[in-house]
Design a protein around this ligand. Structure first.
Ligand SMILES: [Zn+2]
Length: 685
């Protein structure tokens, strides 16, 4: 059988030829090959060399990733039952392979010999970093421990993986367990028609008449933002903020209390087994921040600066709610609703009006024009490329020397069976193969409204910003000049620096000169009028103090929870959360609120002792952009400098060193404060 997943090592994936039946046999066959190749590598007498160890391993894993990447991608964007089944069948096989590799004693020893041998000092810095990162990851996966502790490490890892997935299931199940049927339309006053249509459909699917409200986020947020029925807002707020907890209307079997306690206890034990004081120390091994204290100082400093502004914003909101909405006391379930009313009152901005200036084709052409000006790139569409869906477009990026630097698939419209949200993912990673270079390929995925009724797809300004953000990740992946896949593009970049190139690109969405390139009224061709831009700029930092302290509350809670775990006293989850709220929160949280019980980022996702990364990277991206503010937002020299210092370097050096080489100094928080409206913008207009 000709399996397209087994023979695509020198070309783009043949998406249209991939059938669910190809997947498991291909992965089985590749994994078997990898295991026997690994044995052969380790059996050589002198395997501890770059060309005897790192290069062949890299080729092996490139083959796996070239087969798996299109499968993983199609599972996300053109899902079907058969595809999902094949995909899920492979997951445990892949995870078993990777954990086997992380625990492979002989492989670890080979890397160690390479690091300690004479060849190491002859390698370039990127190669040395590949080896150092590999040793770090071996150490973090417990391979260096004595057998008894290694066994315990594995037990903990297995238990943790079970607990974190139970945590997530409880959040999902308790969300699904709640719904409320409304039969009187007057109860739903204020809620937009689009949200009502979804609620009506949800009712119909259960053979009910009326509107079925659920805790799915779009429904929840529509009620909280627009429903004038205060009692309804309170009811949804209560249900949502008590999910998977001991409180509220949910089934107590979904209560995450014990799971959270055990997760924190096991993480602490795991970190201590590896020789760290606590899990926060362990988590920071793969991050830019030096220590938990370093992170806490950063967050506390930001909190001190943001708090006065947040308090002022809350006072304004409270007064507005009292005077205009008759709410004498602002409760937690009034905040989003009153804020939306205040926003409209102050800025009179209609998303519908702004959208008219961002037709999809103009935005894409303008985005390409922006990076062309900044980095001297040219981007052209290729028509005859095989994809997974007719909507998908394919592009090539060439540099000023007309050299092919990268390629990408653009899949921008929402459709059934496509996962929500926006993201960039790797299809092919840049690396050296014999005497040529394997060009990187990216997937860029969004969920914008497709064109309909002869009208082009019109994007909101938020959507435009999202596109620029993901394109920033894409450029990081595609413009790299590093030839070793473990540190090329976004690979090997410290977790808390990954959002630098993406958040950086967002800045151009707020600059008049740039907007002229990607805005044009879809009927008249007129660029975004000055008066609309001024309104948007004024509204940009609406309540940014309150939003910032909320992010800081999450980040401080997460970091302290993992840094202060004490086996004698347990996790003290509520106690620490309360202390953090006393410090930074401006909105009074009701006693029944159990937000922590559904805080999946840190209990089930990859953000444990890492939630601060969002703000951390924003300091870097804001500060990097401020050099463009100083030298001109389209200054080609500054553009080249950013390209060469950051984008091309990938993970080949420490993020801090790369940043310093671009900015000429260590990161400064000033630009972030100014961009967030916390300090005044004194730049000339
Ligand atoms: Zn991002």
């Amino acid at each position: 059988m000709d399996n397209p997943l087994l023979n695509n090592t020198h070309s783009l994936p043949a998406f249209s030829a991939i059938k669910p039946g190809h997947i498991e046999p291909a992965i089985d066959s590749i994994l078997a090959d990898l295991r026997s190749s690994l044995e052969k590598i380790l059996d050589q007498d002198s395997c501890a060399t770059w060309s005897g160890l790192v290069e062949p391993l890299d080729s092996m894993h490139d083959r796996l990733s070239r087969a798996w990447s299109p499968v993983q991608h199609m599972n996300a964007v053109v899902n079907s039952d058969a595809l999902r089944e094949a995909y899920n069948a492979c997951l445990p096989k892949l995870s078993a392979y990777w954990s086997e590799l992380g625990q492979n004693q002989r492989l670890y020893q080979a890397f160690k010999s390479l690091a300690e041998g004479p060849e190491f000092s002859l390698l370039d810095t990127a190669q040395q970093r590949v080896i150092e990162n590999a040793l770090r990851d071996f150490k973090l996966s417990g391979v260096a421990l004595p057998p008894e502790q290694q066994k315990r490490y594995r037990e903990i890892a297995e238990r943790l993986s079970k607990l974190t997935s139970e945590f997530e299931e409880h959040v999902l199940d308790s969300s699904n367990a709640w719904s409320k049927l409304i039969t009187e339309s007057s109860q739903l006053d204020g809620i937009p028609d689009t949200a009502l249509a979804v609620a009506k459909q949800a009712a119909e699917q259960k053979d009910l008449s009326g509107w079925l409200l659920t805790l799915e986020f779009p429904c929840y947020i529509a009620v909280m933002t627009y429903a004038s029925n205060r009692q309804l807002r309170e009811e949804l707020y209560r249900a949502f903020s008590t999910r998977a907890s001991d409180q509220g209307p949910h089934d107590s079997r979904y209560d995450n209390t014990k799971i959270m306690e055990e997760i924190l206890q096991l993480r602490h034990e795991q970190a201590q087994l590896l020789g760290f004081d606590n899990y926060a120390d362990y988590s920071l091994q793969t991050k830019m921040a030096e220590s938990p204290q370093h992170v806490l100082d950063f967050l506390n400093d930001l909190a001190e600066r943001a708090l006065p502004m947040a308090q002022k914003e809350l006072a304004e909101l409270t007064a507005f709610a009292k005077d205009h909405l008759g709410l004498s006391e602002l409760k937690a379930w009034d905040v989003t609703y009153a804020s939306e009313k205040l926003r409209t009152h102050l800025f009179d901005i209609s998303q519908q009006q702004i959208k008219q200036y961002f037709p999809f084709d103009k935005v894409i052409a303008g985005l390409f024009a922006v990076v062309e000006r900044l980095y001297g790139l040219s981007i052209t569409q290729q028509d005859d490329v095989d994809t997974w869906h007719p909507d998908v477009q394919f592009f090539q990026i060439r540099d000023a020397d007309n050299q092919l630097r990268g390629e990408f698939y653009l899949d921008l419209y929402a459709r059934p069976k496509k996962r929500g949200g926006a993201w960039m993912d790797e299809c092919v990673v840049r690396r050296r193969v014999a005497d040529s270079i394997q060009t990187p390929v990216a997937y860029l995925t969004c969920n914008f409204t497709p064109p309909a009724d002869g009208q082009p797809s019109l994007l909101t300004h938020d959507e435009v910003t999202t596109l620029f953000h993901e394109f920033g990740h894409g450029l990081h992946h595609m413009l790299t000049r590093i030839d070793y896949s473990a540190v090329s593009g976004i690979n090997g970049v410290e977790w808390d620096a990954v959002e630098l190139p993406s958040q950086f690109m967002e800045n151009w969405c707020w600059e008049k000169q740039a907007l002229a390139l990607f805005s044009a009224h879809h009927q008249t061709g007129e660029p975004l009028p000055e008066r609309l831009l001024q309104k948007m700029l004024k509204a940009k930092n609406f309540q940014s103090g309150m939003q910032l302290v909320r992010q800081l509350e999450f980040a401080l809670f997460d970091m302290r929870l993992h840094a202060e775990y004490d086996p004698q006293q347990g996790a003290r989850i509520e106690q620490i959360l309360q202390q953090v709220r006393d410090q930074v929160s401006v909105i009074e949280v009701p006693d029944f609120n159990r937000f922590q019980h559904s805080f999946s980022h840190i209990f089930a996702g990859g953000y444990a002792a890492g939630y601060y990364s969002y703000k951390w990277a924003e300091v870097l991206s804001s500060d990097a952009f401020s050099l463009f503010e100083e030298t001109g937002i389209f200054n080609p020299e500054t553009g080249q400098h950013f390209l060469q210092s950051i984008l091309e370097k990938g993970g080949s050096q420490k993020a801090l060193d790369l940043f310093v080489s671009f900015r000429g100094r260590e990161p400064d928080i000033e630009a972030l404060l100014r961009h967030s409206g916390i300090t005044a913008d004194t730049r000339a207009a």
